[in-house]
Design a protein around this ligand. Structure first.
Ligand code: ADP
Ligand code: MG
Length: 332
């Protein structure tokens, strides 16, 4: 099978199949696309490399899903609704079974989010998947990292830490190991993350700042704090703890939640006066949203145990010993 057959067979849709968002789609020199009037284009790129971002044991369908999911997560963090994406695929060989599974996982998630595959590039080499995603957001309403205000609440969606727990299980570093049930559930979080697109769109005009948690909660929070030129107090006792993490030692639990990474949950700030609306949004979306701290004027991050952060009495400071994952730290 040649390059063009491969592209046409696995990545082009038949008429009537999948969303149509572009004026000119797949198959020409360029795709042509425009956001609706009054909307701005939000663009983001993420690459997944075998051995670095995924294990060779992952099923092709889950890999296809995840490659797009991590990109949709960036759109979500900006409050942008998905429109289209391009796919740069580097393959060591043409494996039709693999390609079929990969395309299925990828395009199923794309269809779910009304996001059209409008072009790409296909080359031979070590397995890598690069995706550029485009979304639209009402002019001036994109959620940024820089908007957090002193006094805002700090929120996180879902249950960060599960993906890291699964990764440690794969590495064989958990003693005791995970039950089969816990392993399969957390493996799903690691291999098949659910991008929080509806949450991001719902947070337009409500959140003051947002980021998706890809490198670990504390590291990503640090980006928001630096860009917003503020600090924060975070209560370790308010962190959402999934049942799988609740069963682990306190040390493992906090490592996974605070510095795990690969979570693709949204971390966001919102005025304290909007608590009801945020809670209502979570209820509408069937998504657990946890209020985990406050934005403060003093720069840096302060971790607390005991009563909710900012409550004053009964709080005990905890030193921050959780560092976040950095691709170039310790890289060979
Ligand atoms: P060119 O050489 O003009 O860049 P290519 O041969 O790279 O064109 O690709 C031919 C067409 O197929 C282009 O429209 C391109 O966007 C599309 N395409 C290539 N690879 C992929 C892919 N992996 N997924 C979707 N579309 C692709
Ligand atoms: Mg090309």
């Amino acid at each position: 099978m040649g390059e063009f057959d491969l592209i046409e067979t696995f990545f082009w849709r038949r008429p009537g199949q999948g969303p149509r968002r572009a004026v000119v789609g797949n198959g020409d020199d360029c795709a042509v696309i425009a956001p609706a009037p009054g909307m701005q284009l939000a663009v983001s790129t993420d690459t997944l490399v075998e051995g670095r971002h995924f294990l060779s044991t992952v099923s092709p369908a889950r890999l296809g899903h995840k490659a797009l999911a991590v990109n949709l997560s960036d759109l979500a963090a900006c409050g942008a609704a998905p429109m289209a994406f391009t796919l740069a695929l580097t393959l060591p060989r043409v494996d039709e079974v693999w390609l079929k599974g990969f395309a299925q996982g990828l395009l199923d998630l794309a269809d779910e989010h009304d996001c059209e595959l409008i072009g790409g590039d296909t080359t031979a080499g070590p397995l890598a998947i690069g995706i550029t995603v485009m979304g639209e957001v009402p002019a001036g309403q994109a959620l940024l990292r820089s908007g957090a205000q002193v006094g805002d609440d700090l929120w996180v969606s879902g249950f960060p830490g599960e993906a890291r727990l699964a990764l440690e299980a794969f590495r064989g570093s958990l003693h005791p190991g995970l039950s089969t049930e816990a392993f399969e559930a957390t493996r799903l979080a690691m291999e098949r993350p659910d991008p929080r697109v509806a949450l991001g769109v719902g947070l337009r005009g409500l959140a003051t700042a947002a980021i998706d948690v890809s490198d670990g909660l504390l590291g990503d929070l640090g980006h928001v704090l630096r860009r917003s030129r503020v600090g924060a107090a975070l209560s370790l006792d308010e962190l959402p703890v999934s049942p799988w993490l609740a069963a682990r030692s306190p040390d493992e639990r906090l490592n996974c939640i605070l510095a795990g990474g690969d979570d693709y949950e949204l971390l966001f700030t919102a005025p304290a006066g909007q608590r009801e609306r945020v809670a209502q949004l979570g209820a509408e979306l069937g998504l657990v949203l946890s209020r985990i701290g406050q934005i403060e004027a003093e720069s840096g991050l302060r971790l607390w145990r005991g009563a909710a952060a900012g409550a004053g009495e009964g709080r005990q400071p905890v030193p921050n010993r959780w560092t976040s994952f950095d691709h170039f730290k310790g890289a060979a």
